[in-house]
Design a protein around this ligand. Structure first.
Ligand code: PMP
Length: 435
């Protein structure tokens, strides 16, 4: 019997005992190619000596010093490196232990900022349907899947949800891509006006949607219009890059590839690359200064923020990313992934869509290729593909179709950046066999 609190019934899962490059290995010695990177976490694979040594060295030198009393060298160095490579205008970093914490901190920072500048009614957040921002109560409130939130109602903050920018599922017949992008973004303006601009603190979105829709980039022009609308009404733009950030889309910060500048940006998964739990919330100097000049400190904190070992791992990861120019490697691998997926699955009678950026790809499966009607959810297709893929030595991240019946089951692919060129075909073949 497993005493681990059950998630997907732990007792039936294989036990992972080792990692080797892109592979995880179980107690039977079976090797699994990690094409999901644990959901966009393991960007450097599972046995990077540089990261492991950085962690060991840091534990030897200093394991913990509470941030109420000390700062630490790795936390300072990681903050400097992130800011040196961050989007324009972003120049402060707040470290946390994971994605939900980063989003939680972002929401509270936005709220406190408006209190500091005397706009006390700005407490409403706008997010998008079909989005995931984490599982703590604030982050859960931001998430766009009503079924996830329902059982925990009432949630702690007011959030309303507009449509995601997903042209394949939401574009009207005959509508141009450009018109569609503007129409989708204009939903934000309509919602701000409906609520009253003086009550809205922020809009949160992923530059490339991950966990709910499977690697969906927005239409060109969408985020430029979103930025314009946020500026017009003084609403903070929070970009959640917990999944799509840290090189995953071919840019250290995904928003740079998408051409949009955030006021607040969250990162996590790829920052620790699986070696340590670490995330960060980064913000503009203007936000930081308002708080510094006001009450003087951000009313937030966790015991493990800025942990020396976690930030030492993050520092080693970002250094590797930059020294080896891994975002460029991701950009080079992107067309190979796309070609391999299209060659193997492009003609499949149940293919709904293949889309993505960098090493962040989604494969959608539908019952009817013509109408794009999804499979009946009771068939649990995504979960079955995961099981079949694991039997074939492939880890891919399954996501059931959205409950509004608009989107089919998905498989998310987010392999390590250290994969070889020909491993794109290995992923596509094993996935194709599983499907
Ligand atoms: N934001 C996004 C965009 C995510 O994909 C996730 C995790 N899937 C989170 C936040 C929450 O991160 P964590 O699971 O580390 O709390």
């Amino acid at each position: 019997m497993s005493h681990v609190f059950p998630r997907h019934c732990h007792a039936t899962l294989p036990t992972a005992v080792a990692g080797d490059g892109c592979y995880l290995i179980d107690t039977q010695g079976k090797r699994y190619f990690d094409a999901s990177g644990g959901a966009a976490v393991s960007c450097l694979g599972h046995s990077d000596e540089t990261i492991k040594n950085a962690i060991k060295d840091q534990v030897d030198q200093l394991a913990f010093a509470h941030t109420g009393f000390f700062t630490s060298e790795p936390a300072e160095a990681l903050a400097d490196l992130l800011i040196a490579n961050a989007p324009e205008g972003i120049d402060r970093v707040y470290f946390v232990s994971g994605g939900s914490e980063a989003v939680e901190a972002a929401i509270k920072l936005a709220r406190q900022y408006f209190l500091e500048v005397g706009q006390t009614e700005r407490r409403h957040l706008i997010a998008r349907r079909q989005s995931y921002h984490g599982n703590t109560l604030g982050a859960l409130a931001a998430g766009g899947n009503a079924w996830r939130r329902a059982q925990f109602d009432p949630l702690l903050i007011g959030v309303s949800h507009i449509a995601p920018c997903y042209e394949y599922a939401e574009r009207e017949e005959g509508e141009s891509l450009a018109d569609y992008g503007q129409r989708a973004a204009d939903e934000l303006e309509a919602e701000i006006l409906r609520l009253g601009p003086e009550t809205v603190m922020g809009f949160i979105a992923e530059p490339v949607v991950g966990a709910t829709l499977g690697a969906v980039p927005a239409v060109e022009g969408y985020f430029a219009r979103i930025r314009e609308i946020c500026d017009r009404y003084g609403v903070l733009l929070i970009l959640d890059e917990v999944m799509c950030g840290m090189g995953r889309t071919g840019h250290l910060f995904a928003c740079e590839g998408e051409g949009v500048r955030p006021d607040i940006v969250t990162i996590a998964k790829g920052l620790g690359a699986g070696y340590q739990p670490v995330g960060a919330m980064l913000c503009s100097g203007a936000i930081y200064d308002a708080i510094a000049k006001g009450t003087g400190f951000f009313q937030h904190g966790h015991t493990y923020i800025g942990h020396p070992v976690a930030t030492a791992a993050g520092l080693a990861v970002v250094r590797q990313m930059l020294e080896r120019d891994l975002p460029a490697r991701v950009r080079a691998l992107a067309p190979l992934m796309e070609r391999a997926l299209r060659d193997r699955l492009g003609q499949h009678e149940h293919l709904g869509d293949i889309r993505g950026r960098g090493l962040f790809w989604g494969v959608e499966l539908v019952a009817d290729r013509g109408t794009k009607a999804p499979f009946d959810p009771s068939r649990k297709l995504a979960g079955r593909i995961k099981t079949e893929a694991m039997a074939r030595g492939l880890i891919c991240y399954p996501m059931p179709g959205t409950r509004d019946g608009r989107n089919g089951d998905h498989v998310l692919l987010a392999p390590p950046f250290i994969m070889e060129d020909d491993e794109a075909a290995l992923i596509a073949d094993r996935l194709g066999d599983a499907i």
